[in-house]
Design a protein around this ligand. Structure first.
Ligand code: 3PG
Ligand code: MG
Length: 396
């Protein structure tokens, strides 16, 4: 398995189709978080200086094959042009005459963004005819959208079979860092997994127990494990149907020599609302009329000690109901601690997946982490050990 790297391609004067992930947070036509635009900059800069004609392909939202006005990529043009400090052309369609005319007018070193690939049903179906239309527009294909690489779509997989295909610099950076955390890590490795449900993270936990030395489970997921161990979790959110799954995961962890770590104390409340009366109790003393909403301080202390004993940390999911204060406390404290260790003690700290990035931002810890993935679903699937079609398409 070897990634074909963009640096090895001769792109001078060539039309290079670059699949990026510009599925950015947007409100009233304004981009509210430009992280994903930023992550495409190294590849765009590389191609500009190498004299390529840069044609950007991306999806936005889930318009399901329909041309939906509020799913247009047009609002991305201005912030992108600001970032690269050069004009960005825009074509109102990603295939057909509008795209072809715009591509043939494109000069070396210039950037053209094509309209949302998901305006065509062929994109998500990975229809060969759609992929062939895309392929007409380029001489070389680059996938720089790790966060969309779990989709086998026309612009992430189909077109890659029709053109010489390479991984862009952001894609490489993602894979290098995730590999450093899970495939070939400095040990011991701790995984911190949080979130509400075991049911959505079974494959993830099953894979992690075979790979990491320590696995900390937090969030409401931990309640399911605690209940499976026989603790009374009161009114806490937990999945009674997944007690067997939780026990099987704990058994698999034992078999693989992975130490599973659960909370030792919990912050409980009678209502799930901002700043209610709370009670912090050991896990075997959750009052029958209360629900656990966050990990307690003894848990955070123990987790900090465990982090100290590790060289690599991989984090997915919050440790409590972090959107509702004060139940963000353990997530914020643990994230700050991990960030500080990454900054001062060479801990390799990698995080990703949906809520995780928001939680780390809230903790002000993002800047201290070694790497934060731009991916949600793709990060999870990669951590589950799955092959991602968009990565496979640029791998020998
Ligand atoms: C994301 O935002 O996670 C990616 O762009 C993939 O989007 P999707 O879940 O709509 O395929
Ligand atoms: Mg999530």
């Amino acid at each position: 398995m070897r990634l074909r790297r963009i640096e090895d391609a001769d792109v001078n004067g060539k039309r290079v189709l670059v699949r990026v992930d510009f599925n950015v947070p947007m409100k009233d036509g304004i981009v509210t978080d430009a992280t994903r635009l930023m992550s495409a900059m190294p590849t765009i800069t590389h191609l500009k200086s190498a004299g390529a004609k840069i044609i950007l392909l991306a999806h936005f939202g889930r318009p399901k094959g329909q041309r939906v006005a509020d799913a247009s990529l047009m609002p991305v043009v201005a912030p992108l042009a600001d970032m690269i400090a050069a004009p960005v052309e825009f074509a109102g369609d990603c295939i057909g005459p509008a795209a072809e005319v715009a591509v043939s007018a494109l000069k070396r070193g210039r950037v053209l963004l094509l309209e949302n690939t998901r305006f065509h049903a062929g994109e998500e179906k990975n229809d060969p005819a759609f992929a062939a239309e895309l392929a007409k527009l380029g001489d070389i294909y680059v996938n720089d959208a790790f966060s969309a690489a779990h989709r086998a779509h026309g612009s992430t997989a189909g077109v890659a079979e029709l053109l010489p295909a390479y991984a862009g610099l952001a894609m490489q950076r993602e894979l290098d860092h995730l590999g450093q955390a899970l495939r070939d890590p400095k040990r011991p490795v701790i995984a911190i997994v949080g979130g509400a449900k075991v049911s959505t993270k079974i494959a993830l936990l099953e894979n992690l127990v075979t790979k990491v030395d320590k696995l900390f489970v937090g969030g409401a997921m931990a309640n399911t494990f605690l209940a499976a161990q026989g603790h009374d979790v009161g009114k806490s959110l937990f999945e009674a149907d997944f007690a067997d799954t939780a026990r099987a995961i704990m058994e698999a962890a034992r078999k693989h020599g992975c130490e599973m770590i659960l909370p030792v104390d919990l912050v409980c409340a009678r209502e799930f609302a901002p700043h209610p009366d709370t009670l912090t109790v050991p896990v075997d003393a959750i009052p029958a009329d209360m629900m656990a909403l966050d990990c307690g301080p003894a848990t955070v202390d123990a987790l900090a000690d465990t982090i100290d004993a590790c060289k690599t940390l991989i984090w997915n999911g919050p440790l409590g109901a972090f959107e509702t204060p004060p139940f963000d406390t353990s997530t914020v404290e643990a994230a700050k601690y991990a960030g500080q260790r990454a900054r001062e003690n060479n801990l390799i700290a990698v995080a990703g997946g949906g809520d995780t990035v928001a939680a780390l931002n809230q903790a002000g810890a993002s800047g201290d982490f070694t790497f934060i993935s731009t991916a949600g679903g793709a990060f999870l699937e990669w951590m589950e050990g799955k092959t991602l079609p968009g990565v496979e398409a640029v791998t020998d």
